[in-house]
Design a binder for this molecule. Structure first.
Ligand code: GLU
Length: 494
């Protein structure tokens, strides 16, 4: 294949949606697979909804995800600018060219007149199409409208009796479209700003885009854009419309299903490499039995023809599982990144870790103790909160385990730990068994109350490991308080 150029063209009207990131991933993979270029273009012509802040956020989110672009608003490139609001002269030039070719004409209809047309069509129960009232105005009629102070919009003239439009979609196959069904749509508003179907075509052409890969919500725009390519005498790019992601209820993924912004996943402590692997699994099945792929494998194996037209379900459970796999690998390969990730999550949860070497060592110990439970960064809070703040007691756990008979056991264990030699898990376990043996009770009579006293919960990481990480001072104080609570002294706070 010649020099492939793909693009992702977000409108900066919100945070990057997981569906948007997924879409961009296709363009990026395709470009990387073919050794081509991936371009980021900001489609900000809707000035009332586009903001600089959203644009910056979108760029930031892509950087986090690890999708780098070769050309874009920040890095520039040979066919910039890469922001539509900076390309006005180009749109003006091609708008003029279309008028000169007779392929577009000024339309002086007011919004009220167009509204009346629409209502009349509705009343008569026929599909509304622009009447073509301004299609054949004489120069004198135009001058008269201008004299009234009307500012024209520009409409494309969809040629009558034109050849059918053939779209060979790389994912959906061949679609043949009769231009009869299109009306003369507006390409430039009366204020001079270009509309999507026009600006998009001008940009894709001038930027040398060879493959337009985007969501099927744009399928209905494609014939309009192909009309535009024809009117301008340009060869359209290849197109591929991928399906949209659905929630578990098979409805389009939206806020109702939970988080939809990519950054929400980042903030919960998902890893970008797991996210990309998950994106691939939603798109195609590289191999039936395998779930985990490196990015290089995905790039090598990607074939747009393998992408199914059926909508995938956003399976959060699978993403979480996959993230756990990547978390284990990262702990082997680059433990500092896991520490950093957890540190950020704890800080945002109001549980800051000391910023020195001891603080990091402590956090590393907690990460090891939480072990396999740490699938997503936020699990450090779910399973390890008590390492970073005082115990928050589960009332059910207290009622069940901090009973009077546990009080002397907890007190004895506190004393034993205070007197223990080196504070490591072997000795910590032996001390517990000795306390229980002396009292003539089963170890469970102390294991459960101790866990509640130390963590506030009935389940969690291994008891002796967690005591070792918690440290002698904290463990002893918590066990003493637990003893007092069990004795019915109603103690709160050590
Ligand atoms: N700005 C459009 C969007 O955000 C781009 C559509 C396209 O890729 O052509 O949906």
């Amino acid at each position: 294949m010649g020099s492939v150029r793909t693009r992702y063209a977000p409108s900066p009207t919100g945070y990057l949606h997981v569906g948007g990131a997924w879409s961009a991933f296709f363009g990026w993979l395709f470009a990387r697979h073919h050794g081509g270029a991936f371009i980021l273009r900001i489609e900000d012509t809707d000035r009332s909804r586009s903001t600089q802040a959203y644009e910056a956020a979108i760029l930031e989110d892509f950087r986090w995800l690890g999708l780098r672009w070769d050309e874009g608003p920040d890095v520039g490139g040979p066919v910039g600018p890469y922001r539509q609001t900076e390309r006005a002269p180009l749109y003006a030039r091609y708008a003029q060219e279309l008028v000169a070719r007779g392929a577009a004409y000024p339309c002086y209809c007011t919004p009220q007149e167009l509204d009346a047309e629409r209502k009349a069509a509705e009343a008569a129960r026929r599909p509304h199409r622009y009447s073509g009232r301004c299609r054949a105005l004489t120069d004198a009629q135009r001058a008269a409208f201008e004299a009234e102070g009307r500012r024209p919009s520009l409409r494309v003239r969809v040629a009558e009796g034109a050849e059918p439009i053939v779209i060979d979609d790389l994912i959906r196959g061949r679609v043949v479209f009769d231009p009869e069904h299109l009306d003369d749509y507006i390409i430039v508003r009366s204020d001079g700003t270009p509309l999507y179907n026009f600006a998009n075509v001008v940009d894709d052409h001038l930027m040398g885009i060879t493959h337009v890969i985007r969501g099927s919500e744009h399928l209905s725009n494609t014939p309009k854009q192909f009309v535009m390519y024809r009117a301008l005498g340009w060869e359209p790019p290849a197109v591929a419309h991928h399906p949209t992601i659905l929630g578990a209820d098979r409805k389009k993924l939206s806020k109702r299903h939970g988080d939809t912004a990519l950054r929400d996943y980042r903030d919960q402590g998902f890893l970008p490499e797991a996210m990309l692997n998950f994106f691939a699994l939603m798109a195609w099945h590289p191999e039936a039995e395998r779930e985990v792929y490196s990015i290089d494998e995905l790039i090598r194996g990607f074939r747009i023809e393998d992408v199914g037209a059926a909508s995938p379900i956003f399976d959060l459970e699978k993403l979480t599982w996959l993230n756990g796999v990547y978390m284990r690998r990262l702990l082997e390969a680059d433990p500092d990144r896991v520490v950093e990730l957890c540190e950020g999550i704890l800080r945002r949860a109001g549980l800051p870790v000391a910023e020195d070497a001891a603080g990091r060592r402590y956090l590393r110990g907690v990460i090891d103790v939480v072990g396999e439970r740490l699938k997503v960064g936020r699990d450090i809070v779910v399973y390890g909160d008590f390492f970073f703040r005082d115990v928050v007691f589960d009332t059910g756990a207290v009622a069940q385990y901090l009973k009077p008979q546990a009080a002397p056991l907890l007190a004895a264990y506190a004393d034993a730990l205070a007197a223990l030699g080196p504070f490591e898990r072997g000795g910590i376990e032996r001390a517990l068994r000795e306390v229980c043996a002396r009292a003539g009770v089963d170890a469970r009579a102390l294991v459960h109350p101790a866990r509640v006293a130390l963590t506030g919960k009935t389940a969690g990481p291994g008891l002796f490991e967690l005591i070792e990480v918690l440290g002698r001072e904290r463990a002893v104080a918590r066990l003493r308080r637990g003893a007092a609570m069990a004795a019915g002294e109603g103690v709160e706070g050590p």
